[in-house]
Design a protein around this ligand. Structure first.
Ligand code: ZN
Length: 470
């Protein structure tokens, strides 16, 4: 009698997080159900194949709302899943806006692709899921607060702990008691692990006991810049923008990065480190996400709570204007006043940020400030890599503005932070540390560093592998 762990997604890569747990009683649980992101055809095939028929899956334990962890839940529902999806209350709220947006983007992408296919006499492609599937998915969500143990079929006891990665992100602890030996087995899944001292969120909770651990490994072999100097860097760039009477354009993900930037701006304003300059948050989704943050004080760290108590909400700093309508957004193009514009998407692949870049990249007085990772072949990456000209909606635009970056905001633990967090576990009890959610090079480097520090039970999980947890 034993639990079985079957690795499926995010094995030797960083998308499509899905690990499959089978209980001795025959229940089937998924840890996450993320979207695999890659080339269209390959993605469709991977996202429509699950380790077992969707209707035979009993439950999903969802670590957090990022699409690479939650984004294929509607795909699972479309194929017949009707079990429960457990997640923290903040994750349940964020998942709603992220999945709705995901279905919307898929629809738009497919309309474009299918127009071309039909004109070539090819069959139109099916969507992975639709807005209706998202609606159904949301009905299966069961919010469970942090540190609140809940039971599944009297077989498993599950607790979510703060992961400090994004709002609502959880480390999942699963306990199972062997009815024969009455020994307890503990499996811990990090989800995506955050970092100490990130703005707003509590630091990742420290756990000590696990027989088996599934750990993310995204930043194996790499170290982040210190978060300590982010405020100073940002202040200097804002002062320069004000002085040159230019505009600063900040592409930022709607969930997480935008709120971190707002928080930093609030700190700079409180310390009078930046001049009076209007700041616009120009993204309906980011505005919605910021309101969700504001409803989940249980996720906030002490510093943020103290500011709230003193009447200063660092998510809504004075002098920051939230623009909802497209007319308000367009008005910014006509104004010559210096200002800061924060907008989405984070990699400049869609949304209002694309228009702001098109309208402002030719002016040397302006700054485009990158505050997050820019994927290959994205507009953001091209500008960050120094392109002298970019094509936006079929028109060429010279890039003559300044291009700056502050990349210390990463929401993932780097190698040192991962090792430090893992080092709290009782090494004598730990039988296997499985590495998931990392590129092979990063995983090899992390495994080497862990082994050098005395972790001699590390295994890089491969897709399709099954382990008996005894
Ligand atoms: Zn994540």
């Amino acid at each position: 009698m034993a639990l079985k762990l079957h690795f499926w997604g995010a094995a030797e890569n960083v998308t499509g997080s899905l690990h499959h747990l089978i209980t001795p009683g025959g229940h089937q649980v998924f840890l996450d159900c993320g979207l695999f992101q890659g080339r269209r055809q390959e993605s469709f095939e991977k996202n429509t194949s699950f380790p077992l028929p969707a209707e035979k899956t009993d439950a999903v334990l969802l670590s957090h709302a990022h699409l690479d962890h939650s984004g294929n839940l509607p795909g699972l529902v479309r194929q017949g899943f009707s079990g429960k999806i457990y997640a923290t209350p903040a994750t349940c709220d964020l998942v709603k806006i992220l999945l709705t947006d995901s279905a919307h983007l898929m629809k738009r992408d497919l309309e474009y692709v299918n127009k071309r296919r039909v004109s070539r006499g090819q069959e139109p492609l099916e969507p992975l899921y639709t807005a209706d599937d998202v609606e159904k998915t949301l009905q299966f969500l069961v919010p469970v607060p942090y540190l609140t143990e809940f039971s599944l079929w009297d077989e498993l006891k599950v607790t979510f702990y703060d992961a400090g990665h994004i709002l609502g992100s959880a480390i999942t602890e699963i306990k199972w008691r062997d009815p024969v030996s009455s020994e307890e087995l503990i499996l811990v899944f990090t989800g995506d692990l955050g970092r100490d001292h990130l703005p707003i969120l509590k630091d990742p909770a420290l756990l000590k006991a696990a027989d088996y651990l599934i750990s993310e490994s995204t930043y194996g072999g790499r170290l982040h810049d210190s978060i300590e100097f982010v405020g100073e860097q940002l202040a200097e760039l804002i002062r320069q923008t004000h002085q040159s009477r230019g505009k600063m354009i900040i592409p930022a993900f709607s969930v997480g990065r935008t709120q971190e930037i707002l928080y930093e701006i609030a700190q700079l304003k409180a310390k009078n480190q930046i001049p009076e300059i209007p700041i616009y948050l120009d993204s309906p989704m980011a505005i919605e996400a910021t309101q969700i943050f504001n409803h989940h004080l249980e996720c906030f760290d002490e510093e943020t709570m103290e500011q709230l108590k003193s009447g200063n909400n660092p998510l809504f700093p004075a002098g920051v204007y939230f623009l909802k309508t497209t007319d308000e957004s367009k008005e910014l193009n006509e104004s010559d006043e210096p200002c800061i514009i924060i907008s989405a998407s984070g990699m400049c692949e869609g949304g209002r940020i694309v228009h702001h870049i098109a309208n402002h990249c030719a002016n040397p007085r302006n700054i485009i400030l990158f505050v997050g990772f820019q994927g290959q072949n994205t507009l953001g990456r091209k500008i960050l890599d120094g392109a002298e000209e970019v094509s936006i909606y079929g028109e060429d635009h010279p890039v003559r503005c300044r291009v700056e970056k502050i990349l210390a905001f990463s929401a993932h633990a780097d190698e040192q932070e991962l090792i430090s967090w893992l080092s709290h576990f009782d090494r004598k009890r730990l039988k296997t540390l499985f590495l998931v959610h990392g590129e092979p090079d990063a995983q090899e480097l992390l495994m080497g560093s862990l082994t050098a520090r005395g972790f001699n039970q590390v295994h890089i999980a491969r897709q399709g592998e099954t382990f008996k947890l005894t």
